[in-house]
Design a protein around this ligand. Structure first.
Ligand SMILES: [Zn+2]
Length: 107
């Protein structure tokens, strides 16, 4: 399955201006949901490949292609544009930490 990044961005933008907890039914797969609850900064993840995780964090999307290495997980790789954005404040550090927790499958 191949999704253009713009497809997913358009989809995720639908809920952009709503502060309430949101449950996204992704446009692929029958049982794939992402619950995004900005108020308590928790994100439930179900049936999503960790390598696709980065695409569910809307604020990270614009930085993904600036990473030095293809397949960057934005964890420990050098010259990672996402980590640079976290350090500069462009990406919320708590959101980035949520990403890392989900990436590593930890509570
Ligand atoms: Zn990266």
């Amino acid at each position: 399955m191949h999704l253009r990044e713009g497809d997913l961005r358009d989809f995720m933008d639908k809920g952009k201006h709503n502060d309430a907890a949101q449950l996204y039914h992704l446009p692929f797969g029958d049982e794939t949901y992402v619950a995004d609850t900005p108020g308590i900064r928790e994100l439930g993840l179900y049936d999503i490949d960790p390598s696709n995780l980065q695409f569910y964090f809307r604020e990270m999307a614009e930085f993904l292609h600036d990473c030095r290495y293809p397949g960057c997980t934005h964890d420990h790789e050098p010259e990672c544009a996402v980590r640079a954005a976290v350090e500069s404040g462009a990406i919320d550090a708590e959101r980035y930490e949520s990403y890392l927790r989900l990436l590593h499958g930890e509570e």
